[in-house]
Each structure stands twice: as C-alpha cells, then as structure tokens.
Design a protein around this ligand. Structure first.
Ligand code: SAM
Length: 468
C-alpha cells in the first residue's frame, strides 16, 4: 500500500480522539481514501476533506469533538469548499441527528462503514449529506493495509478484534462498535510481516477485549457455539495467535491491549512467559475494588477473582508490569466501597493507570437502571485519592528499578532534553537516557540511575541481544 500517491490532488486532514482503536481505524480510512484521490495533510487550512474520528466513552470526549467542529467552522469560512465528515463512536451514537445538531457536518460514518466512503464521498461531492452507520457482523478490515499516520516508524497498532460483547453497564462501546468479531490470523501475520519489512520494531495487538479473540473462519464470537465441528477443532484462540505472531517475528516486540480479566486465561500468561519477544506487561482494567460495584457494572468477576488472577500473573510472569483503568463514583458507590478500591490498589501496586469519574452514557444499562447519584464533588475527591494512591504505587515501581539494567526500545527524542532518547522497557515504563551513538529504533540496555514516579532515568551500557 502506498502511503501517498503523487497523482492524488485532493487533501485529507484526519484527526483522531479516544482509544487506540480509533487511531488504528483512522489509518484504515486514510488507506481507503488514498485510492479515492486523497493524500493526507497536517494543515487544516488546506484540506479539501476534514475527518474527525470521535469518541463517546465519556461526555467530556464528546464535548472536545464539538469544540473541534467549531474550529473547523471557522476554517470553512476561509475555505468554503472544505467538506467535514464525522467518523467513529459519536457518529454511530448520534447518527442522522448529527447533521441537524452540527450544521457544519456533511457526512456521518460509523466504525463498520468505512468501505462505503467512496460512495459517501460521491454524495457529498454532489452537494448532498451522506450517512452510513450500519454495524456489521463480519467487517474486520482485514484486507486493508493501513496507511501509518503520525508514525515514528517504530511502533504500530494492529487491530485483531472489533466490537465488544461484554455489556459492562457503564459502557457505550457495544452500542457504537457492535458485536465482537475477530480478524483472520493470516491477514494479521501478513500485516505484521509487512511492518517488520518496513523497519517497525514493536506492535500492539489491539481490541476492546483481546483475550476473547477467536477465529473460526469469520463471523460473530457469539455465533461460535453453532460453528461446525471442524471449525471448532481448527479455531485460533488469543494464546495461539500470540504464539504465531511471536514466532513469525522473533525480533519484534509484541504488546497487546486491552485484557478483560474475565476472559484472560492461563494459556495466555504461559505464552507471555515463554516468548522472550512478548512484553511482560498487561493492561488489566478493574474499574472498582468492590465486588458489589463490579456486579452492578456487570464485570463478570469479583474482587477476589481479580486478585487471584493478579497473583497468578505474578507467579507465571514474575516481573510483569500491570496497569489499570478505574471508574470512581459509579452509581450507588459508598465510601466503604471506594476504600475497597484503594485497598485493591494497595495490594496490586499497579505500574500506572487511567482513572476516570463516572460519566453517564445515554442508552447504557446503568443510565437506564441506575441514578447517577454520587455528587460531583465526591466523585472528584475520590478520583483525587485514587490518583494520589496510583502516584505512590508508580513511584514504588519505578524506585524498584534503581541500579538495575533494563532493555529499552528507542522510540523518540525526550520531551525535556534534545540530547536524550526516550523509549520504554518491556513493562511499558518510560526510560530516558543520553543519546550518545544510539539511534531511533535501537534496542539498548540502560542502567537506571534515577527516577520520578513516571519515568526511569539512566545511561546506556550497550546494545541488547535483540539488536540486529
Ligand atoms: N474494553 C476495555 C475494558 O472494558 O476494560 C476498555 C474500554 S474503554 C475504551 C476504556 C476505559 O474507559 C474503560 O476501561 C473505563 O475505565 C473507561 N470508561 C468506560 N465507560 C466509562 C464511563 N461511562 N464513565 C467513565 N469512564 C468510562
């Protein structure tokens, strides 16, 4: 796939918000549009087409997109021919309503409808508004080779599942991204091989719930029970997929996200332990430390089961980094239940985390059945307490690396000092060290001399064994 075509005359400006999946989807969209005569630009003012890939996960994410639309509106006054399309979860959630609510929008496209973009573009070129928000049973975009956007040429996202069947009561994703389906492992291996040939050094296998990956020839995960005997016998699980990818590119670092505790099986943990190139790091959202709240959230596991899983992870992968997502102030959450979240964090001592105040999302089970009854000030205070606890645990983790030597993949120049490189160790901690003779994309052993709660600071002591 060409990153751009010289003969293309139209310019696409594409912006992404929200989860990694959206960033990955925008690369698929850019790829489809290269064949429609568009090359990407990073200058909004010169765009013929502006696409914004949106997030609905919290109200704040939607407000951010609405503000961006105001900005596009101002630019449209200078460049009236510019067309604006909204992609992703907000498009799926609001559908045609978007056209009424935001006059600037010409096109609304849901996450499963990107292959229809050529037709939708014809509509807007003819001056008509265009909408496609149909969700699919089998679309995985497996046959599309993404155009890498904003890339450092080192890390890449590879999507392996789409949609989500979990129905967490707080979450809008099952409504905006549809039911869960997995991508053909052969197309995943081809994409990874192509990335390796282009010099990429690390991939992240992506999905809302990667551990639930299941390929049995195509179709929805929920329909697996009615698959044929042969389809069942030859199905590929996430553990199988991890092994296939790890073996196919032994020099490439492999990460995956997100792991849902209820679907994480021990064979995945053994695969991580077995393959040196699969990073010892698991993003394992918990959302709450209280079994009652977890039940209200429909998380399908208790506090005790989660702790058992974490303990098994540490047994099977002794130096595994674990990070979390947490929601504070879920409806009916009491002070004691908030304390249970803090005590769970104390037990796990996560490497880092992503922590949010509960935001009621229209259409979700929680919005329909529960009152958003934790006052804003209490949500805020609980969030501060969780963030403070996480900072303490992050510092505990980074301090534990003092004096140790870790392998770092160099990913970019450090933000604070142009004489330093920045990369990550396998546990996903950021490591900063003087550049010396090393280059972007090198695998380097770095001796850790200092740290903050978020960053390890050290000096390179040579290339790691992984350096080619
Ligand atoms: N599929 C993953 C899972 O369920 O663990 C991640 C889903 S989501 C894209 C990322 C995070 O956003 C969630 O893990 C959750 O912490 C947060 N989130 C989702 N819905 C939310 C809501 N209504 N209010 C606040 N945070 C929310």
């Amino acid at each position: 796939m060409l990153e751009s075509k010289q003969s293309n005359s139209r310019k696409l400006y594409i912006e992404s918000y929200g989860c990694q999946m959206n960033f990955s989807d925008s690369e698929i969209v850019a790829s489809i549009l290269v064949n429609e005569g568009f090359n990407t630009t990073d200058k909004l003012e010169e765009a013929d087409l502006v696409l914004v890939n949106t997030c609905s996960i919290r109200d704040k994410a939607e407000q951010t997109v609405r503000k961006r639309l105001e900005k596009y509106n101002a630019v449209k006054r200078i460049n009236p021919k510019m067309k604006v399309g909204v992609l992703g979860c907000m498009a799926e959630r609001l559908k045609e309503k978007f056209l009424d609510e935001e006059k600037i929008v010409d096109m609304v496209v849901g996450p499963d409808a990107y292959k229809d973009l050529p037709n939708l573009l014809k509509e807007i070129d003819a001056g008509r508004d265009a909408v496609n928000v149909v969700l699919s049973k089998d679309e995985t975009y497996g046959d599309i080779s993404p155009v890498r956007l904003g890339t450092n040429g080192i890390n890449a996202l590879v999507s392996i599942t789409r949609g989500c069947d979990n129905m967490c009561t707080f979450c809008v994703v099952p409504f905006t991204r549809g039911r869960e389906r997995s991508r053909d492992p052969q197309s995943i291996l081809t994409e990874v091989k192509d990335l390796a040939e282009k010099g990429y050094k690390e991939i992240t296998l992506l999905g809302q719930n990667v551990d639930s990956y299941l390929w049995y020839g195509g179709g929805l995960k929920k329909d697996f029970k009615s698959a044929s005997k042969i389809e069942k016998a030859t199905a590929t699980s996430f553990a199988n997929l991890l092994a296939m990818v790890a073996k196919s590119q032994p020099k490439m670092r492999i990460r995956f996200s997100t792991s849902n505790p209820q679907d994480m099986t021990e064979d995945v943990l053994h695969m991580v332990a077995k393959h040196q190139n699969i990073c010892n790091y698991i993003h394992l959202p918990v959302q709450s430390g209280s079994s009652r709240i977890l039940k209200e959230m429909n998380r399908q596991h208790t506090r005790e089961e989660y702790i058992q899983l974490v303990d098994r992870i540490h047994e099977i992968i002794p130096n595994c980094g674990i990070s979390q997502d947490m929601i504070t102030g879920f409806p009916t959450e009491t002070e004691e239940e908030h304390q249970e979240t803090l005590s769970l964090m104390e037990h796990v001592k996560y490497y880092f985390g992503f922590m949010f105040k509960y935001s009621e999302r229209p259409g979700t089970m929680a919005a329909r059945k529960l009152v958003d009854d934790v006052p804003e000030a209490i949500k805020k205070r609980r969030l501060t307490e969780i963030v403070d606890a996480q900072r303490k645990h992050s510092a505990y983790r980074t301090n534990s690396y003092l004096g140790k030597t870790v392998e770092v993949l160099i990913e970019r120049e450090a933000k604070k000092n142009q004489n330093d490189w920045s990369g990550r160790n396998p546990q996903s901690l950021v490591v900063v060290f003087p550049k010396e003779q090393y280059q972007l994309g090198d695998f380097v052993n770095v001796k850790i001399k200092n740290c903050t709660s978020a960053t390890l600071i050290g000096e390179a002591v040579g290339y790691s064994d992984n350096q080619q």
